[in-house]
Structures are given as structure tokens and as C-alpha cells.
Design a protein around this ligand. Sequence first.
Ligand code: PLP
Length: 405
Amino acid sequence: MSPGAGPPAAAGFTPPPYPYERLRELTARAVARFGSGGVVDCSIGTPGDPPPADVLAALASSGTERGYPTSPGSPAYRAAAAGWLHRRFGVSVDPELEVAACVGTKEFVASTAQYLHLRTPDRDTVLYPAVSYPTYAMGAALAGCRAVAVAERSTGGPDLASIDDGDAARALVLWTNSPSNPTGMLTDLDAVAGWGRSHGVPVFSDECYAEFTWDGPPRSILESGSDGVVAVHSLSKRSNLAGVRAGFYAGDPGLVGYLLDMRRHGGLMVPGPVQAAAAVALADDDHVVEQRRRYRDRLQFLSGVLGAAGLPVSLPAGGFYLWVPVPASMHGSASGPAGGWVVAEALALGAGLLVSPGEFYGPDGAGFVRVAVVQSMERLELVAERLAGTDLSAVAVGSRQPSAP
Ligand SMILES: Cc1ncc(COP(=O)(O)O)c(C=O)c1O
């Protein structure tokens, strides 16, 4: 969404097409060529590996089905989240005052601006990374607010000096995401927290990929203290539990307490059996060690396969995505969105590999595709076989250029 974008009051708001719906046509063409079992879907970051068995057992045996669950999360859930934060990042938070549950983090990302705007109606701006998960900007639209993209430094993280003073004065929130989806870059979270504190802007740090940090130890914004900041975490990626919807947010007690109240009034509740299962998952680290190994192996393998096929890509500093630049030869005269779509089409129709065109993550991502290594090594080997001897960078732009919807 471009700076200043938001629902025009007179026209009313029309939701844009959901990004992955836009891959439907290309998916159908790949299925026509390779069969539905032959397509290797690395377009969406949905985990493909199993969650721990004891977590599934807890889901089925909690005995919590009859009563309403507590909206902020059971004491066990909040204590498990606080315990994990302490083990992983060495930070101490009060489970009652500084931690609360959310129904997976997407709904939290999408709804937080709306609640912050109700509390501070004279502020109307959401600052978010220019190349990012689309829900930060959508949260601004859903709140009737302005979404202002913050340029990113080439090494990762926001270019804080580039934020306009007027936008900072109007900001309800600055979103940051490290490791980043889609770029895999890391952010200097201390610097971002410092900027937020000195400008009076709450910083919400989406850390759902923290367990998959490859360069150095995992980092949380809470390492700089909880004043004015909230860390957002998810069980979806850490424990392959995207289907059960469990996450939490932790940090500044004023922000957490306000959001917890608003969300309770709004009826947002993590189901009781899910809370029980999430507490078990948060208490265990062994399954994460195993998952980390899987992603690391696949990132290495697939980056080699793509490089050999004319799509060189660096390994990410974190996360489980390859952020693949479109080779200059494939940009053609039609720069802009087409570059990523050309590569996405070439991979889908040449190798049955579905990836996301980078413009799903903002206009600055147009010259990239994102590949999620969520498929098994066996499936990735199938892609390698199909790509053997191919030079995708030689694919001509023009006749093969798909219509970017
Ligand atoms: C950066 C980022 N934040 C949040 C989410 C939402 O995850 P969930 O709602 O499953 O917790 C995702 C999912 O892909 C993501 O990539």
C-alpha cells in the first residue's frame, strides 16, 4: 500500500484480491502440466512437517471443551510463554501483566491498529516495512488509517532516518519483523526500540521466525526492556501448529493490558484445548532443534538447485524463505511486477515449483520471488531433477510474460 493509502471515505472500502488467490491461474496451469500430485508448492509459508506427538495428545485430552476459555490465556499458557521467552532470550516478563494470548498472530497484526486508533484517535498512521508480510498494511486499512511504508536498509531493518517527522507524529505503531518475511534479513531491534521510545511511537516486533535465526542467536525486542514495545510470537512456525491458531504478545504492561481488555470485549479467545497444547509445545525445545535442521538443509539444497538453474540466491540470515532476485536478463523492458511473475511462471511450468512473486510483499519486492522451503527434501529433489540442465535466466521476457493480475 502506498503512503497515504487507506479506505477513501466517500467510495467505501473494497478489499483487494487476497495475494495467494492471484496464484490460482498459474497453479491450474502447473497442475495441468504435472498433475495435482506433481506440483511442489513452496508459495505459502505453511508448515509441512508434523507437530510434536505430545502436543497433539494434549490437544485431545485437556478436558477444557465445556467452558469458555479465558481471552488473555490460561495461567499455564501465559506462564509457558513467559518461560520460553526467558529460556530463549533471557528476558523476564510478568505472565499476568505483560503476556497475553492471541488466536495466531495474523488476527493480532490485522486488528491492533484498529484498537490503538480507538485509544488515540488523533493518531492515524501505521508505519510498516516497505517489503513485508502484507497484513501490516492491511491492518491500517481495516482501521481506516494511513499505511506508510518505511524504506529498508540494504542490510535489513528500517531506515529510521528516512521516516518523515510528520508521519512519526501521527504514528500509532511502527511494525518491525525480524527475521523478515520475505527477505530473511535481521533488524537491529535495539535501534528500532530506541527510535520508538524517543518518538513516543509504540513498536510492535513480529518475531514469529525468531527460532529460525541462522546468523547469531535469536533476538527479541524485549532484550531492550518492555517499555513502549510489544513482541509478537506464534506457535505456527515454531511448532508446526498453524492449523490450531495459537500465538501471544508480550511487553509493555500498558499496551498489553489495553489490548487484552479490548480483545476480551471483542470475544477473541484461543480455544481451551489449543491453549493446553500450546503450553506443552512452548515447554519443549527438542522438536524445534529438529525443525531447524530440516529448514537449514532445505535452504542449502534448494539455493544450490536454483543457482545451478540460473537463479543465484544468498542464504537468508533467518527464516525459511529464499528471496530470489530476478536475473537482469529476465527483467526485460517491462520492469516492475512482471519480473517476479516471469520467474514464477518459468518455475511453475518448467519444474512444477510454485513460488510467490515478490510484489505480494510490496512494490519494492517486484524484482524477486519468494520460495518457502516447507516441502520435504524428497519433493525438492523432484524439482532438482526437473530443473537439471535448465538455464532459467535465458527465458525470454515478452512472449512468455504472464499477465500479472
Ligand atoms: C511475518 C509474519 N507474521 C505473522 C504471520 C501469521 O502467522 P500466524 O497467524 O499463523 O501466527 C505470518 C505467517 O505467515 C508471517 O509470515
